[in-house]
Design a protein around this ligand. Structure first.
Ligand SMILES: [Zn+2]
Length: 540
């Protein structure tokens, strides 16, 4: 087939083909390779013919440079293994250039890996290798020599900034919430927190680290020469035309300063309440809480448990032009139209408490406070709520009962708290089983006992085997597990009496509140998550 095509296009003669076929019988090599080895055709002629046979366009690469957004989606080992290069990302379509136009399996894998539609063109292996090099090599200044003219604008950005931007771009595209840059004896490891778990994602050569660290410090307005004490600040970088904010902290370690970057991507859409993982019943209770015209609703959970997403979803739910909604946040993590969002700056003396004072003079209907950390803020919030404002806030605590206790421990008057607190939503995040590699799993009786289950033939559990899409973890994405407590008159009485945490917890269960663990277990039974995750979030 290939031979005929080459003859009919005039690339080779019939005699040359015969000669090549004879040679091929001896070596067992592919016909194309044999024709190349005999120098009857050039690599380009062969690639063109193969592309035509495969029915995909042949392209000359020239001085094209793969777009970082596309590069961020394709791991370098994958590109090298399959000899293909990411080229650009147009909406949901990832354009790649491959050397072997018949390698459709690679494209299938890529589709799964990136969750994007993939469109391929073909180029010569030499060109594809060059593209791969351009895609993944440009980190240090040394690579500049090989850079084509198209990248001149990039050369104006210092190499260390480009490297930093690349790391942040990767973090954003892989949905990482934090980046940790950790110097080691030999190299500097870069790890990202994806779905709540740290994943190794890159490494920087030790020699390249000092300028990167210096540029991070400059961006975040930290003291550049100070390396013996922890520092923290804020920075922002432009990634593909949009601003990504970073909360920067540095920490001295044995091998130098470690940097943690919290990625704040305000352009990420706010999720709907119904997408967060509430059971139908709990969602109904949350809606009722949000219909109230006064009172405090607390979202309780430790750091990284999704409380911020829930607060934003609640705000988006109540947002309307007829309501005056003000938020006090540190940092502002999402932007919601029709809401006035205020960035708290404790370092500049603009604290939650001072901001709260001025907000209350602005006649708000709903106020969201990022977190009630200090008694002064909590006190003001509660007084405001009693007087006719809906106040939403996060509170670091383990479950609904301990959130109530924590508020009492802050010194809030029990009578005020009992009338002001209308609801507590406690939450955690569990990882979702990767849909691509989910399979049935039988847990040992011991594991079932840990979650208070007996073997029931009617119930089956699943778990992810691990695949390319989930980076071998078996999980992809997360969902919330919730404990939603609406404060009723019985609960009010318990709060007034400063009842013990256990008593409050028991009363909640009696009132029909589903606990965090029960909600997590329900999600395992519905095969959304694993028993391991139930055990993890349940602290079992
Ligand atoms: Zn998987």
């Amino acid at each position: 087939m290939l031979g005929d095509a080459l003859i009919s296009s005039g690339a080779i003669t019939a005699t040359q083909l015969e000669q090549a076929l004879a040679e091929q019988r001896v070596t067992g090599a592919l016909l194309g390779e044999t024709l190349l080895a005999l120098k009857f055709i050039t690599e380009e002629t062969l690639s063109r013919a193969l592309a035509q046979q495969a029915g995909i366009p042949f392209v000359s690469v020239g001085d094209r440079v793969p777009h970082p957004a596309a590069v961020a989606l394709v791991p370098e080992p994958f590109a090298r293994k399959h000899l293909l290069s990411p080229l650009e990302l147009a909406g949901e379509v990832l354009h790649v250039v491959q050397a072997n136009p018949f390698d459709v399996l690679a494209l299938d894998d890529l589709r799964q890996l990136t969750s994007r539609r993939v469109s391929a063109t073909c180029a010569t292996p030499v060109d594809v290798r060059m593209l791969v090099k351009r895609a993944y090599a440009p980190r240090a200044g040394g690579a500049d020599r090989e850079r084509p003219a198209a990248e001149v604008h990039e050369q104006e950005t210092p190499a260390e900034m480009r490297l930093l931007e690349r790391l942040v771009r990767e973090a954003v595209s892989s949905q990482a919430t934090d980046l940790h840059i950790e110097p080691d004896e030999k190299a500097v490891a870069v790890r990202g927190r994806i779905d709540g778990v740290l994943v190794a994602c890159d490494a920087i050569a030790a020699a390249e680290y000092a300028p990167v660290l210096a540029s991070i410090k400059t961006l975040a307005a930290l003291e550049p020469s100070e390396s013996s004490v922890p520092q923290d600040g804020r920075a922002s970088v432009m990634i593909d035309g949009r601003r990504v904010d970073l909360l920067v902290t540095t920490m001295p370690t044995m091998y130098g300063e470690k940097v943690a970057l919290r990625v704040v991507d305000k352009t990420k859409p706010v999720r709907a309440l119904s997408d967060l993982g509430f059971s139908r019943k709990d969602l109904g209770v949350v809606h009722e809480l949000l219909e109230k015209t006064r009172g405090v609703v607390v979202v309780a959970g430790p750091a990284g448990s999704g409380t911020t997403s829930t607060l934003y979803a609640m705000l988006a739910h109540v947002a309307s032009v007829s309501k005056n909604i003000i938020t006090l946040e540190d940092p502002v993590e999402r932007q919601i139209p029709s809401i006035r969002q205020t960035q708290i700056r404790p370092k500049a003396g603009f604290t939650f408490a001072t901001a709260m004072r001025s907000v209350l003079r602005q006649d708000p209907d709903i106020v969201m406070i990022g977190e009630m950390r200090d008694p002064e803020t909590a006190q003001m919030a509660l007084r405001a709520a009693v007087s006719g404002i809906v106040l939403l806030s996060a509170l670091p605590s383990d479950d609904a009962a301990s959130a109530v206790r924590r508020l009492t421990d802050m010194g809030l008057e029990p009578y005020l708290l009992s009338s002001g607190l209308v609801g507590v939503i406690a939450q955690r995040l569990v990882r979702l089983i990767c849909p691509q590699c989910t399979e049935r799993v039988t847990y040992p009786v011991k594991t079932l006992e840990r979650v208070d289950l007996t073997l029931d033939p009617g119930v089956s559990f699943h778990r992810g085997r691990g695949c390319a899409r989930c980076r071998g973890t078996g999980y992809s994405g997360r969902t919330g597990v919730f404990e939603v407590l609406a404060v009723d008159s019985a609960m009010q009485a318990l709060i007034r009496d400063r009842a013990d945490v256990r008593v409050v917890r028991q009363a909640a269960v009696q009132a029909g509140v589903k606990t965090l663990r029960e909600d997590a277990l329900a999600k395992a039974i519905f095969q959304q998550t694993t028993l391991e995750e139930v055990i993890r979030v349940g602290g079992l």
